[in-house]
Design a protein around this ligand. Structure first.
Ligand code: SF4
Ligand code: SF4
Length: 179
């Protein structure tokens, strides 16, 4: 029983020793960071950006056909599969006789979206993709509801980190391999 009772050490008798040790550690990190001797996990954002994995799922992209038309056919599969119910589509008859329907309205509420990628998986014609953008700061709540123009043509898509042209044959290949 007596073995379980530990003798008080000098450190436990005086809190000053603990404070001194803490200050030494803080000081060591301060000077190593100041002199650039340690590998800092922080970056100079926004001048520097993180390179996220190619699997990173950011703000969506609505893809287009080669003639610039929206690729979406308003089949509603993405909206039906969205667990957050944050996709709003209004289908309309297309002026192009070769196309049955197109989305007159296609909106995503980014505040409700959980960036799960189910919409991308559900789309049979590669019309919606998870993009790479993650800078979503806005002042007004209504600005987080983004429409066709933003999803197809926002300036961030010009840096070519994701193709904005649909490739429906890839969807067929992916499905065939998966089954
Ligand atoms: S990423 Fe998920 S939550 Fe967001 S719109 Fe697509 S299906 Fe809905
Ligand atoms: S994005 Fe794809 S799944 Fe969604 S409505 Fe358009 S065609 Fe259908």
């Amino acid at each position: 029983m007596s073995n379980l009772i530990r003798k008080p050490t000098l450190e436990s008798k005086s809190y000053l020793i603990g404070i001194f040790k803490g200050l030494m550690i803080t000081g060591r990190h301060f000077f190593m960071n100041l002199l650039g001797l340690s590998k800092r996990p922080t970056i100079q954002y926004p001048e520097q950006k993180r390179n996220y994995s190619s699997k990173f799922m950011g703000v969506h992209v609505l893809t287009k056909k080669e003639n610039g038309e929206i690729a979406c056919t308003s089949c509603m599969l993405c909206a039906t599969n969205c667990p957050a119910e944050c996709i709003h589509i209004v289908a309309a008859e297309s002026p192009n006789p070769k196309v049955e329907k197109y989305p007159a309205v296609y909106e995503i509420d980014l505040l409700r979206c959980v960036f799960c990628g189910f919409c991308e998986d559900a789309c049979p014609v590669d019309a919606v993709r998870m993009g790479r953008d993650y800078e979503l700061a806005e002042l007004a709540e209504r600005n987080f509801v983004v429409g066709i123009d933003y999803l197809m043509n926002r300036p961030a898509l010009n840096n070519k980190n994701i193709s904005v042209f649909h490739e429906p044959h890839k969807v067929v290949t992916k499905t065939a391999v998966g089954h």
